[in-house]
Design a protein around this ligand. Structure first.
Ligand code: GTP
Length: 422
């Protein structure tokens, strides 16, 4: 058996809800628990899929934005990793059809397709085993449970309880369809490429008979709209349900939520990445990742659920929890940072306080997914959220910044609450 994997990384116009952090770096490379988002996918593919031959990143970023990550990953993992650039946004399935010869080269038994903007403890090995029981499947979709209210924001899947066949697939339905939702992770065989070919022909025919006023190129194909609804009930589309942790990463809040979960997973997968309390080091509370090049004063108190990036400096008496601090940032003496993301090279001054609102699903609702709340309430005020400092922001000493978003390269001069600082 041999496998390949495609990670759909999108491109520059995607990830708008992740701003201002996606202004500096492609969202799929944003570090969560100390490592780029898609590195977690690559690690899980390498450790859980026996016979994995190649991982292809497909998107429409300029190669210069992706290539150093790819070269490093190629060195770190014993599998071939390449970036294939779409000439324009081709949708979730258009790039896969466009690069079909490269994907199918070497005749892999099956191909994983993973949306870059999901994360979790992905049961990729279980998907392989499940496929063994469904030789007729051209596609297996991983599903998870959401609440009724949240389900309508995802791809909803109606599954036959006996056979696990997908009977209906509706993307973001207007009314309730099912609490089973797609995780954006599929295992497909070569047969799926016939469906892609038919979808491509259909779009080309439509384009011939249309005025051509569509915003999308005719080559754009979407699994969620063009493929899955038609594949349901054909006897070739099956679902594997998981109750393991899974979440989307659409917003900065979702990155902090994912940070917490990936740190927890490290206990099983990479315990050496978690900081340990030492006699002469800072006080460590719960799960914390500190990059080896960071300097953290012994009188600081860090955690739980904190990731500290490359070359960060954390001064004496600093309190830091439930946050991500990105490369080059400085937290000066006695500053306090909670429920926040501190952007690259930003400086939080002495005794300053940077604080957001705690996030996370209600623990009494086991199937609740993290709410991807809109930025604004209907009355125009900001929804309570994390505080996010873009890159190279300066917070003066003895100031307070609460529930605010600060765009890159700003030097603040006072206290701020519930504001977007442009
Ligand atoms: P939204 O809620 O509108 O974001 O929709 P969604 O959650 O269904 O996400 P979307 O369909 O936009 O993207 C799903 C995944 O596919 C993400 O990982 C994107 O980066 C990726 N993606 C989206 N469009 C493209 C595209 O044109 N090309 C490639 N290669 N990837 C894409």
């Amino acid at each position: 058996m041999s496998y390949k994997a495609v990670i759909l990384i999108g491109g520059p116009q995607k990830g708008t809800r992740f701003r201002p952090l996606s202004l500096e770096q492609p969202k799929p490379l944003f570090p969560i628990a100390g490592f780029p988002t898609i590195q977690h996918h690559i690690e899980q593919l390498c450790s859980k899929v026996e016979g994995l031959r190649e991982i292809l990143l497909i998107g429409f970023y300029q190669p210069s934005e992706i290539i150093s990550f790819v070269s490093q990953a190629q060195r770190d993992y014993s599998v071939n990793i390449r970036y294939l650039q779409e000439f324009t946004a081709l949708g979730t399935a258009g790039g896969i059809y466009h690069f079909r010869d490269q994907i199918l080269f070497g005749r892999p038994t099956a191909v994983f397709i993973i949306n870059a903007d999901v994360c979790g403890d992905l049961p990729l090995d279980e998907m392989v085993a499940f496929r063994g029981t469904k030789p007729e499947a051209s596609c297996i979709v991983l599903t998870t449970e959401a609440t009724r209210e949240q389900s309508v924001h995802y791809g909803c899947v109606v599954v036959d309880a006996d056979s696990n066949e997908v009977m209906h697939y509706v993307e973001k339905p207007t009314t309730f369809v099912s609490t089973n939702i797609s995780c954006g992770i599929y295992l497909v065989t070569v047969d799926l490429f016939e469906q892609l070919s038919s979808a491509f022909d259909k779009r080309s025919q439509l384009a011939l008979h249309n005025d051509g006023d569509s915003m999308e190129p005719i080559e754009a194909i979407w699994f969620e709209a063009d493929i899955f609804p038609n594949m349901a009930s054909t006897g070739r589309f099956f679902a594997l349900h998981t109750t393991r942790w899974w979440s989307q990463i659409k917003t900065a809040a979702a990155a902090v939520y994912a940070n917490r979960h990936y740190l927890r997973l490290y206990h099983e997968t990479h315990p050496q990445r978690l900081s340990k309390q030492t006699d002469d080091g800072p006080t460590i509370v719960g799960d914390v990742y500190i990059h080896p090049s960071a300097t953290v004063d012994a009188s600081a108190k860090i955690g739980p659920n904190v990731s500290i990036g490359k070359t960060v400096i954390v001064g004496p008496g600093v309190r830091l929890k439930e946050s991500i601090v990105l490369e080059g940032a400085v937290l000066q003496d006695h500053s306090c940072v909670m429920h926040s993301i501190i952007g690259w090279n930003s400086v939080v001054g002495q005794w300053a306080r940077v604080e957001g609102t705690p996030i996370g699903p209600n623990p009494n609702m086991p199937f609740a997914k993290l709410e991807n709340k809109p930025l604004f309430k209907p009355d125009g005020r900001l929804n309570p959220a994390l505080t996010i400092l873009g890159c190279n922001v300066q917070i003066p000493r003895e100031t307070i910044v609460l529930n605010s978003i600060v765009l890159p390269h700003k030097e603040l001069s006072g206290n701020y609450k519930n504001q977007i600082i442009l």
